[in-house]
Design a protein around this ligand. Structure first.
Ligand code: G4P
Length: 320
């Protein structure tokens, strides 16, 4: 099996690892969802598609929905704005946040109120006294649920304890007079039937790296960088990507009259990506005995640079 284009034991490992956690998480969410008005799903703004679990649409049927594009400080602002509009067009209430600094976090109350305005209005008409809206935070591992809850709740929060008629053991955090949060977030396991999704969620540390080959992750990252952030590889590693791609282009159009220049840049081949990875390894001295390039080491270096933001603010996905 080629180590550069296959996900490591991908199917067998994911099958072993997925259902146990998933079943338990789903059960917990099903139980909690009955108690709340609105589900606030946290996405990683660098992968707004792969970090969204489609199961939640089924689980949260009949509930109001808010999406938070979290870790916006690590993502590409322009692309985050495109994603916000994309999900708003689908009917979600969307907010851009940075849970680490707290930017955009407090205004989540307003977004929750907007999402629930129908209910607020209905209650008001019935003369029901406004009670805080009840929200549950949900998201895949590492999307920033705990960080968001801590930032949203702040120091002033009070745990309201069990409520009459509410399953024993459920704790609510009073955020302010308008919103209460269930203190345990709903953990959704990412869905990764598509290997690309698996690679993308691995980039954000949502699944254990051991499930994948670092080379596969690095090649996927290189393909995205060459296509969307062509200057980054040159700037960081001194590797001129265009020089690698241009030799593939024999002329401006092929026999069928297609524009080959464009096709090559938007669809970087694995061979080209491997070549670029080798050049990065060479530049960074990732070598094995006998001066052979250590692709695994070069891959880990690239992934680490992405995770620690040394490549800048990068969004890996765009709406189709
Ligand atoms: P989870 O509950 O969904 O599993 O995620 P958690 O809050 O534990 O966050 C996962 C990692 O993401 C943490 O980093 C956290 O600090 C970071 N994080 C969360 N929100 C943001 C954000 O908006 N921007 C940035 N830059 N980072 C964010 P960690 O390295 O695992 O922990 P720590 O070293 O920060 O303590």
């Amino acid at each position: 099996m080629s180590k550069t284009d296959n996900v490591k034991g991908y199917e067998s490992k994911s099958i072993n690892w997925y259902p146990g956690h998933m079943a338990k998480a789903k059960r917990m969410m099903q139980e909690s969802i009955k108690l709340i008005d609105v589900v606030v799903e946290i996405l990683d703004a660098r992968i707004p598609l792969s970090s969204k679990n489609p199961d939640i649409d089924e689980l949260a049927k009949g509930k109001y929905r808010v999406l938070l594009l979290n870790k916006s400080d690590m993502a590409d602002d322009k692309k985050t704005a495109v994603w916000k509009k994309y999900y708003e067009d689908k009917g979600f209430f969307v907010s851009i946040v940075n849970s680490k600094t707290g930017a955009g976090v407090k205004s989540t109350t307003e977004v929750i109120q907007k999402a629930c305005r129908e209910k607020i209005e209905r209650d008001r008409k019935k003369g029901i006294l406004a009670r805080p809206l009840r929200a549950m935070i949900a998201g895949i591992p590492n999307s920033g649920k705990s960080t968001f809850i801590n930032s949203f709740a702040g120091k002033a929060c009070t745990k309201t304890g069990n409520k009459p008629g509410v399953t024993i053991g459920k704790q609510w955090i009073r955020i302010n007079k308008d919103v209460e949060l269930l203190d345990t977030p709903g953990i959704l396991w990412p869905k990764f039937e598509d290997p690309k999704t698996g690679l993308h969620i691995a980039f954000i540390g949502s699944i254990n790296d051991d499930i994948l080959y670092p080379e596969d992750m690095a090649l996927e990252l290189i393909k995205i960088l060459v296509k969307d952030y062509p200057g980054v590889i040159k700037e960081r590693y001194g590797v001129d990507v265009t020089a690698e791609i241009v030799p593939n282009v024999t002329n401006d159009s092929d026999a069928a009259g297609r524009d080959m220049t464009k096709e090559t840049v938007t669809n970087v081949s694995s061979e080209t990506a491997v070549k670029i990875l080798e050049m990065i390894g060479q530049k960074r001295g990732c070598l094995k005995k006998g001066a052979e390039i250590d692709l695994e080491k070069a891959s880990k270096l690239l992934i680490d640079d992405f995770r620690t933001q040394k490549l800048g603010r990068i969004t890996l996905e765009m709406p189709e």
